[in-house]
Design a protein around this ligand. Structure first.
Ligand code: 2HA
Ligand code: ZN
Length: 272
């Protein structure tokens, strides 16, 4: 067996949580990440037949039965993951029944997975149905995205258009736009279903007055999506209600889409 503390997937979780904390996206126990792993990769580091504990998930995810994920823990702080991954993270396998998490490693203080596991698993199922290569679901509370969600109407077309309009890179990074949910109670199946429904069309979903969900094939892609939305939201806030001398027009966005061969949400632009 190789040393789990050298596992690339563990290092990716450590650096993602450390970076997110450093950027102020994950105060206290805010935020959560789940990462679908390949059985062969995990099997090099832990015995897959050794189940430490079985933890009820609270809903059924038969689509993910047998799948293994590394997940942040409930009540755990992102700032502490790097110095103590075994307490703050867990590796779980979804049991054959689809409603039990088999703990294979981690949460050595008796802890368990994030309270947002329903939203994560349902989002994985939704994203996998669109892109079988999707492996990451990431949630956090970035400042400017949160501030923008206080000021902006809850409308996917205008929210996306306003993010795209802040800077040239936006439409290039997220041509599929952002989904937006109204304020909801978090941590339950209802918000999980609502998030997963949006995830069928978007890799990014804003939770109004709470934060953002991102999905991607790997950690960099997912992190980069959220980072780019947050940067655009920062521009929105920095220039809010100020007189703008220069703007990106719908025609400019269409030019960008052509130049970068983007498969973008054409219905989000009003082209003449
Ligand atoms: O895990 O961010 O949404 C803490 C949260 C809940
Ligand atoms: Zn949250």
């Amino acid at each position: 067996m190789k040393n789990i503390f050298d596992a690339p997937f563990l290092k990716e979780m450590e650096s993602a949580t450390a970076n997110m904390y450093r950027l102020g996206w994950d105060e206290r126990n805010g935020g959560n990440i789940s990462y679908l792993l390949n059985e062969e990769d995990v099997g090099e580091y832990i015995y897959l037949e050794h189940i430490i504990r079985k933890i009820p998930i609270g809903f059924e995810a038969p689509e993910l039965a047998g799948r293994i994920l590394i997940v942040t823990g409930t009540g755990k702080y992102f700032k502490n993951v790097k110095s103590d991954p075994e307490t703050n993270l867990g590796i779980i396998r979804i049991g054959k029944d689809g409603s039990t998490a088999e703990l294979l490693w981690g949460w050595d203080d008796g802890g368990k997975f994030t309270s947002e596991l329903p939203a994560h698993l349902m989002s994985h199922i939704a994203r996998l149905s669109v892109n079988p290569e999707n492996r990451i679901i990431m949630h956090c509370h970035p400042d400017y995205t949160l501030a923008m969600s206080q000021l902006h109407e809850i409308d996917e077309k205008s929210f996306t258009r306003d993010l795209w309009g802040q800077m040239t890179e936006s439409i290039v990074v997220f041509p599929d736009g952002v989904g937006v949910l109204p304020w909801m109670v978090c941590g339950n199946n209802e918000i999980g279903v609502a998030t997963a429904n949006k995830m069928k069309d978007y890799r990014l979903v804003i939770w109004t007055l709470h934060g953002i969900y991102g999905a991607g094939r790997n950690m960099d892609e997912t992190f980069g999506l959220i980072e780019t939305v947050e940067k655009a939201a920062k521009q929105y806030i920095l220039t809010y209600r100020l007189e703008k001398k220069n703007t990106i027009t719908d025609e400019n966005l269409a030019e960008l889409a052509k130049a970068f061969n983007l498969n973008y949400r054409k219905d989000f632009l009003d082209l003449k």
